[in-house]
Design a protein around this ligand. Structure first.
Ligand code: SF4
Length: 510
């Protein structure tokens, strides 16, 4: 016999055809109140950008501002620092809060204000962001900060007091003009900080809303569905003509409550914790489950869309190292590498990397073997013709790196050069191979002096290395350590035969 609790059967059509406006508005009001009350009891207190607030955020609620009409908000003290909320929202897209916190603290130490961010160089911005991925977002924050300085100059002097209240526009409409700020972030800043009644609808909120409404067959990956969900959020906020009579009195709390419910209760990657949910009595998905019309909520509402297939890519990355002092070759300060800056657009735009090219079919699939003895990026034909020779060329195996849309397999090589190598010639030779291989696909407009250069290991780590670059360096270093530990008399992985004159130097390097 079923032990399922009996719940009031909810008519799912109530959400879809709000003909009974009075009843529907009361329904929305009940949901607003339940979410806000739950959030006030359960708000996180460990987020540095959202210090815990008191039970009420009524200083913002009294005006009941509606989207696009909050003329007085600029003069009000924001509940949270808008710059901090902006940065945190950008950082937390597709990243867990726990991961974001240390990056956020590091960012605020380095760029505590919009002015400090605007005055930084792109390289400084990349360096602080390094490790988060999605580097374009960091550059948009940088561009946005420069726009905001201009925006402030245009403000009337009475509003431009340099206080946090005047540091950013207070309405979604104005925030949308800032480079890199889209509908979600603008709504989050406008509502959380300035109390504008706009719903910030992200993936978590879409999940909650689609379940509340019992939207069967709803695929959240379809852009038109995301738009629909944004409309549901505005209805719930009271930001539509149909629900204007129940405009939310505390948009900051409602948005934070919806976000928090979506991440911790009506959660991704697991069955929703309906027994702990304040919306259980209003939830169509829960009612459908209880009545047996669906077997489970997770995977059905919203439907679990098939993950988009990732493109497979194969690359060859060659770490060209000049060994200044063979005895201290493993010390970071003594190691110098050839480093290339990627093109300013596309994957890892503007980031540094070891010379890397796509593995073409003629590279024999980039598998270690005789084919790679002559790989141009290892053997550098230009240098070979001028009789320069590396101490050795080694294969270090392959690493796998997953981007959001690419599954990349990188074959790593390590080429060590003697200290007396003609460095400009080496850089020219590497650049010529990289440019030739990229000629058909992408053009790198950075001038040669800032596109290809030498860097010590310490400089490289203090710069803006991508995770992939650090992985490649780690692969080379650990391979080197293993090689040194190995007592094998024959270097099995040496693919390129050094000239007799450099053989003795190679032995000294071990
Ligand atoms: S009752 Fe369950 S499905 Fe409905 S909103 Fe709450 S957690 Fe999500």
């Amino acid at each position: 016999m079923s032990r399922r609790p009996t719940v009031k059967r909810i008519d799912p059509h109530e959400w879809r055809t709000p003909t009974r406006v009075g009843a529907t508005c009361a329904f929305y009001r009940a949901i607003q109140e339940d979410v806000i009350a739950w959030w006030r009891r359960n708000q996180r207190t460990d987020l540095p950008w959202r210090p815990a607030t008191g039970a009420e955020t009524s200083s913002l609620s009294s005006s009941k501002s509606v989207a696009g009409s909050s003329s007085s908000v600029a003069a009000r003290t924001p509940l949270y620092n808008p710059y901090e909320v902006w940065v945190s929202e950008v950082m937390s897209q597709q990243t867990r809060m726990e991961t974001v916190i240390p990056y956020f603290n590091k960012w605020m130490d380095k760029f505590p204000t919009i002015e400090a961010l605007a005055a930084a160089s792109e390289d400084e911005v990349r360096a602080v962001w390094a490790g988060m991925g999605y580097y374009r977002r960091a550059l948009y924050l940088h561009k946005g900060s420069q726009y905001l300085l201009e925006w402030r100059r245009r403000q009337p002097s009475d509003k431009c007091s340099r206080t946090s209240a005047a540091s950013m526009p207070s309405t979604q409409q104005e925030l949308l003009k800032v480079p890199g700020i889209g509908p979600y972030t603008s709504a989050a800043v406008a509502s959380l900080c300035f109390g504008e009644a706009v719903c910030s609808v992200d993936g978590n909120v879409i999940r909650v809303l689609s379940r509340l409404r019992g939207e069967r067959g709803f695929d959240p990956k379809v852009p038109a569905n995301v738009k629909r969900a944004c409309g549901w959020g505005q209805e719930l906020m009271g930001n539509t003509p149909q629900t204007a009579s129940v405009v939310c009195g505390d948009p900051s709390a409602l948005n934070q409550g919806l976000m928090e419910l979506g991440s911790s209760v009506c959660r991704p990657g697991g069955a929703p914790l309906c027994s702990s949910c304040p919306l259980r009595a209003h939830c169509c998905a829960y009612a459908l489950l209880q009545s047996g019309e669906i077997d489970a909520i997770e995977g059905f509402i919203p439907i679990r869309a098939a993950a988009a297939a990732k493109r497979c890519a194969k690359e060859i990355s060659v770490v060209h190292e000049v060994v200044e002092d063979a005895a201290a070759a493993s010390e970071a300060s003594q190691r110098r590498f050839v480093v290339v800056r990627r093109p300013p657009t596309g994957l890892l735009a503007g980031m540094l990397e070891f010379p890397t090219v796509s593995a073409a079919a003629e590279d024999g699939g980039a598998k270690a073997g005789p084919a790679l003895q002559e790989h141009p990026l290892c053997a550098l034909p230009l240098l070979r013709s001028s009789k320069e020779a590396p101490l050795n060329v080694k294969t270090c195996g392959s690493i796998r790196h997953i981007f959001s849309h690419i599954d990349m397999d990188v074959e790593v090589f390590h080429v060590q050069w003697p200290a007396q190598i003609n460095v400009p010639e080496l850089l020219r030779a590497v650049a010529s191979v990289v440019d030739e291989r990229h000629a058909d696909s992408e053009c790198n407009p950075f001038p040669a002096a800032t596109r290809i250069f030498f860097m010590s290991e310490a400089e490289l780590k203090a710069g803006a290395p991508s995770r992939l670059m650090l992985k490649v360096l780690h692969q080379v270093s650990s391979h080197e350590v293993k090689r040194k530990r190995s007592a094998a008399p024959q270097e099995a992985s040496v693919l390129f035969s050094p000239s007799p004159t450099t053989a003795s130097k190679k032995r000294a390097c071990r």
